[in-house]
Design a protein around this ligand. Structure first.
Ligand code: F6P
Length: 324
């Protein structure tokens, strides 16, 4: 391998820049060329490439988002699109790819490899922590801290006005952000897709907490929770079924995806970038770089895509004890 391309794709996450920086600097360390590909797989098809050296990535370790930009590419889902991408890589003498992103990004990389035999290594970058084969995805730690900080602020208003707040956090299919930020911010109830406790249980819990003398409450709701009601419908439901609650809703939304990465995410990104480039140099392909029990590991892309992450049952129990 003489020249490696790096791209970020799908939803951005804090730490992606630090990972790009690490990939570029590891290439420089091993004296091979590195090319940044803009706008994910879209840029691969458009030939939107830029040679990068150690200086091109200065001052980005602390920045959220991705300097390489990101996109979701429909064209890359087609054989024609992927063929153009392959020809562009050949023409530019790029012979390995590091793709930073989530599920969709890895699926694209895997299909591309299966079609053209092109070496691909993935770095898991998503705030949702929904990729198996790694204890943490890049950006998850930062997003948790952002969510906790926001909920702390909402709590000030909740307690000043004796209100109940439903706070929606991200997590399309998983409740890792909701569970951890909920425990961290001392939420009264946490609704996650993995454990649908039902609406009756929510009402009971709110009644219990009122009876115990609580005057304000925070309920953290994962975007993908399975009660069948979104946060606004939950508010209406409580308004209709419980007396004496002044209910408000806050949707944290994309603020959770932005911001300067935590130290943990910067360090993780640096480690993942080194492992990704060195794996390509050792002839590996079709793996994702993961962190398992503090060690950097390679995990098959195919398993990462198909695998499910599991909610931490011990933490679910902790949250139940904390809310009694
Ligand atoms: O990055 C994953 C995620 O944060 C999900 O939790 C959320 O549903 C989604 O991104 C929203 O993505 P967008 O609105 O940018 O398409």
């Amino acid at each position: 391998i003489r020249k490696i391309g790096v791209l970020t794709s799908g939803g951005d996450s804090p730490g992606m820049n630090a990972a790009v920086r690490s990939v570029v600097r590891t290439c420089a360390y091993h004296k091979i060329d590195c090319v940044g590909v803009y706008r994910g797989y879209e840029g691969l098809i458009d030939g939107d490439f830029e040679p990068m050296d150690a200086r091109s990535v200065r001052d980005i370790i602390n920045r959220g988002g991705t300097m390489l930009k990101s996109a979701r590419s429909d064209r890359f889902r087609t054989t024609e699109g992927r063929k153009i991408a392959f020809d562009n890589l050949k023409e530019n003498k790029i012979d390995g790819l590091v793709v930073i992103g989530g599920d969709g990004t890895f699926t694209g990389g895997l299909v591309f490899n299966q079609e053209f035999g092109f070496p691909v290594i993935g770095i898991p970058g998503t705030i949702d922590n929904d990729i198996s084969g790694t204890d943490k995805t890049l950006g998850y730690d930062t997003a948790l801290n952002t969510a906790v900080e926001a909920i702390d602020k909402i709590r000030d208003t909740a307690s000043s006005h004796n209100r109940l707040f439903f706070v929606e956090v991200m997590g399309r299919d998983v409740g890792h952000i909701a569970l951890n930020a909920g425990v961290g911010a001392g939420a009264e109830e946490i609704l996650i897709p993995e454990e649908n406790l039902g609406l009756d249980r929510l009402l009971e819990s709110l009644l219990r907490s009122k009876a115990s003398g609580k005057t304000s409450s925070i309920v953290v709701v994962a975007e993908g929770d399975k009660t069948g009601k979104n946060v606004f419908e939950l508010k209406d439901y409580v308004d209709e079924n419980l007396e004496g609650y002044d209910v408000r809703v806050a949707v944290l939304g994309h603020m959770q995806r932005g911001g300067s990465p935590s130290c943990y995410d910067r360090v993780l990104a640096s480690r993942m970038g080194v492992k990704a480039v060195e794996s390509l140099l050792e002839g590996e392909s079709n793996y994702m770089v993961g962190i398992q029990h503090e060690k950097m590991k390679l995990y098959p892309l195919e398993k990462a895509i198909k695998g499910k992450t599991h909610i931490n049952k011990e933490l679910v129990r902790v949250s139940e004890i904390m809310t009694t």
